[in-house]
Design a protein around this ligand. Structure first.
Ligand code: F6P
Length: 362
């Protein structure tokens, strides 16, 4: 339904995560209080192409969104807008796709577009901005690997999920004197693995930033056994790899990033073979992306959404909201994309882990 109010659009791109709906709500509410109307673009960027798919976001329908997982707009991490196929590999979106998106943006009579997404989605947002669409970004990814913000939303909820899993694995590992391997997400960066690993009392944490050796992992397990600890919790990021080895991929395609998964099983098999200890593996997978956001993420999403509307009011297009505690700020989208923020090897998290005797398998 069209009316005379200024209109803004919002879309969610890439993999989903807890908090997308909370951002949609915050944008919709903040826009409403400025007298603007918000239009949701459905199915990620694809919704900007024929057949254009939209939904009106009316104020009275925002009620449940703060706590609801997923995205009411739907999303996509493949299709005609795929901008990334791997680490650092950026595709230019074909000119005719960008032009069609711009034409439809104009037909929808929108004044600005809020693009909520991670590295890939913000790379697309930047290309749309260069095409002349007034875009602002909101940084999302459970992997927390985006530059220019100290944290992305969705990450805290994923860490909470992985920590809860470790708490549960802890009791069963202890009861059976087993090694439990938990595989968590984290394609290029081990933020979830190291954060949940430390929060959940993990003994061995394997992250993409630190290639591991099986001898080192098994030495740690034997050391624990000598010290009377007959169980061990291992957390492994899906993108972790052995020194001199490669990531474990399930599938891939020329037009999209490879699908990771399986390193947990390999690590588990190798530990059992080398130590003789009974070992089990648990792959947490998309549980980390499902469900509602933690209170931290609810607050962050709300701050991000409100700030995104401020950016539109101030015509700071081509910018993204970011958290620089204690404030939310805005940064050019170009500062956030094209390079990934990984866990620093000399940073506080790794140091904290090492001081506790946690092995990183190196
Ligand atoms: O980038 C976020 C992420 O959760 C990665 O950790 C994971 O590799 C990927 O998405 C999985 O995406 P999907 O299964 O939705 O294609």
């Amino acid at each position: 339904m069209k009316n005379d109010k200024p209109r803004i659009g919002i879309l969610t791109g890439g993999g989903d995560c807890p908090g997308l709906n909370a951002v949609i709500r915050a944008v919709g509410k903040a826009a409403y209080h400025r007298g603007w109307h918000t239009l949701g673009i459905k199915g990620g960027y694809e919704g900007l192409l024929a057949p254009v798919q939209t939904m009106d976001l009316f104020y009275k329908e925002m009620g449940h969104l703060l706590v609801t997982g997923g995205t009411i707009l739907g999303t996509s991490n493949k299709g005609r807008f795929s901008a990334k196929t791997g680490k650092g590999e950026v595709h230019r979106i074909p000119k005719k796709i960008l032009e069609e998106a711009k034409r439809n943006f104009k037909k929808l009579d929108l004044q600005a577009l809020v693009c909520v997404g991670g590295d890939g989605s913000l790379t697309i947002a930047q290309q749309l901005f260069e095409e002349g669409i007034p875009v602002v970004g909101v940084p999302k990814t459970i992997d927390n690997d985006l530059e220019a913000t100290v944290i992305t939303f969705g990450f805290d909820s994923a860490v909470h999920c992985a920590t809860d899993a470790l708490d549960r694995l802890h009791t069963t590992a202890r009861s059976h004197n087993r090694v439990m391997v938990l595989e968590v997400m984290g394609r290029h960066a081990g933020w979830i693995a190291i954060s949940a690993g430390i929060s959940g009392g993990g003994d061995i944490i394997l992250i993409p930033e630190i290639p591991f050796r099986y001898e080192s992992i098994c030495a740690k397990i034997r050391e624990r056994t000598r010290n009377g600890k007959h169980f061990t919790l291992v957390v492994v990021a899906e993108g972790a790899k052995p020194a001199g080895g490669d990531i474990v991929a399930r599938s891939g395609g020329a037009d999209r990033e490879v699908r990771l998964g399986g390193i947990g099983q390999l690590v588990s098999d190798e530990i059992e073979k080398r130590t003789g200890k009974e070992t089990r593996v648990c792959v947490l997978g998309h549980l980390q992306r499902g469900g509602g956001p933690t209170s931290f993420d609810r607050l962050l999403c709300t701050r991000f959404g409100v700030r995104a509307v401020d950016l539109i009011a101030n015509k700071r297009f081509g910018h993204m909201v970011a958290l620089r505690p204690p404030d939310t700020v805005s940064v050019p989208i170009t500062e956030a994309i094209g390079r990934l923020r990984t866990v620093p090897l000399d940073g506080d998290l790794v140091q904290t882990g090492r001081a506790l005797g946690i092995s990183f398998g190196d």
